[in-house]
Design a protein around this ligand. Structure first.
Ligand code: GLY
Length: 477
């Protein structure tokens, strides 16, 4: 059977490898904008083909489908989903893992997501208000004294991070004049009239639950936690993720089984609400990027319409069942036949990027990486290739997180193992990574215990989700 995977990052490397390793004997074909060395390996050893093209162009996805004529497809990143890559497969009668444009709206538009959660009264929802201009948002913030989070109303790719920083700077009065250029930029990035969403601010440990669904069955993966900030101890700009952890078992050290099940319920209800709202079954991954808060316990920060990256690199190596075959079952709406087995032992992933990432991607591009995969494997590490291209036999960085280094075992031990593995990687530039990922977990356990005490008490008083600060009028006030 032939499978066509769309995407080019570490998540797609992990997915393509799961497909290539499947006992079903798939031939792996890929459409990417550059040659990812890991995906290339899956393609070569299964006798597939690597197609270079624009993954965000529906026409190029269609042309890759016509060329390969796959038995099923897997769409990895969000942007191709927003542009209709999964719809393109289905229009051609080919089963695929990934929601259509309508379903992917749950990730693309934060306003739609929040509206849906309020309309269907799904637990874990935050109060919000949306604005069509920075001026309006600014006026509201000046009048309102409570604690809020300001975000772009839509998913705007890597630029979102900068936009948030710009909005925050803009909203501090003295910087407004200097930032008028940024205001124009926000306007051009966000497609609709609603540009900004302001949500009530919550605090607590974050975690992600990825759920695979074919519209009938919901298969939850083990929890993962993403470390978003660029620098050690969670400071610096937000990135796509500088590392992640998963486990032990299906949980994380600071999330209980009950919280895991509650989170799964929220995600299932959301997928069903999407179906009621759009008239289309949600098929693919739907992932709750959650926070354990004193307001609700499990609380939705955002949804992904796909697997998170680098969360995928922490999860897939822990799966002992045939994950490639599970993807086929999901695409073909036979997910009820799937059985997911996972190792008990946890994993840690650390992303490695060239100096310059995330603020000066120009400096982080075009650098040469050198690593010996066998030596790293012997040391106990697996490597997924991310923003790095195979060019002329060399590994050339593309400006973002180049590698994701993974190890499985006891958290303390594997932290040390990954330190040693990263020291075995060389480049013609300095490499940046966080060494605190998977360390000091007791701090997160303590934080979770504090919020758990509060939300359990709220539950006893039937006051989950209620807030004195905010009007209870359907999320808008
Ligand atoms: N790790 C966050 C994301 O995948 O968007």
């Amino acid at each position: 059977m032939k499978v066509l995977i769309i995407g080019e990052g570490a998540r797609e490397h992990a997915l393509s490898e799961a497909l290539a390793n499947s006992s079903e004997g798939y031939r792996v074909f890929a459409l990417s904008s550059y040659i990812n060395p890991g995906i290339r390996d899956s393609v070569i050893r299964t006798g597939g083909e690597y197609i270079l093209g624009n993954i965000n162009s529906r026409e190029e996805v269609r042309s890759a489908i016509n060329k390969v004529n796959p038995d099923f497809g897997v769409v990895g990143p969000e942007d191709p989903l927003f542009h209709g890559a999964a719809d393109e497969f289905r229009l051609n009668g080919i089963p695929v893992v990934g929601p259509g444009v309508k379903g992917a709206e749950i990730e693309r538009s934060k306003v739609w997501m929040r509206h849906l959660m309020w309309k269907y009264k799904i637990d874990g929802r935050l109060r919000y208000r949306s604005f069509s201009s920075l001026e309006e948002a600014s006026k509201f913030l000046m009048e309102y004294g409570g604690s809020v989070a300001v975000k772009p109303a839509e998913q705007v790719g890597g630029k979102g991070v900068k936009v948030v920083a710009d909005i925050q700077a803009y909203l501090s009065k003295e910087k407004r004049r200097a930032l008028s250029k940024s205001v124009d930029e926000i306007g051009s990035l966000v497609r609709n009239d609603i540009k900004i969403i302001i949500e009530e601010r919550v605090d607590g440990p974050e975690y992600t639950l990825h759920v695979l669904t074919d519209g009938h069955t919901y298969l939850p993966l083990p929890l993962a936690q993403d470390y978003k900030h660029a620098y050690q101890d969670g400071i610096g700009p937000e990135t796509g993720g500088m590392g992640s952890i998963s486990g032990p078992k299906n949980l994380l050290p600071f999330i209980t089984q009950e919280e895991y099940e509650k989170t799964l319920g929220i995600i299932q209800e959301t997928a069903k609400a999407i179906e009621s709202e759009t008239g289309e079954k949600y098929r693919g991954f739907i992932s709750g990027q959650m926070m354990l808060t004193d307001l609700w316990g499990p609380t939705v920060i955002e949804f992904y319409s796909r697997l998170g990256d680098p969360e995928t690199s922490a999860i897939i190596p822990r799966v002992t069942s045939d994950f490639g075959h599970i993807l086929q079952l999901a695409a073909e709406e036979k997910l009820s036949k799937a059985k997911l087995e996972v190792r008990d032992e946890p994993s840690i992933v650390r992303a490695v990027a060239p100096l310059g990432y995330p603020l000066r991607r120009d400096l982080a591009s075009g650098k040469i990486l050198e690593l010996d995969l066998n030596a790293l494997r012997e040391k106990g590490c697996k490597v997924y290739f991310g923003s790095v291209a195979y060019e002329g036999g060399r590994l050339i960085t593309k400006g973002s997180r180049s590698l994701e280094v993974v190890a499985l075992g006891n958290f303390d031990e594997i932290s040390r193992t990954i330190d040693q593995c990263i020291n075995m990687i060389s480049a013609n530039t300095e490499l940046v990574y966080r060494t605190d990922i998977g360390r000091r977990l007791s701090e997160q356990i303590e934080k979770a215990e504090i919020v758990r005490y509060s939300y359990v008490n709220r539950a006893k008083n039937s006051s989950l989700g209620s807030s004195a600060d905010w009007s209870p009028n359907g999320g808008l006030w």
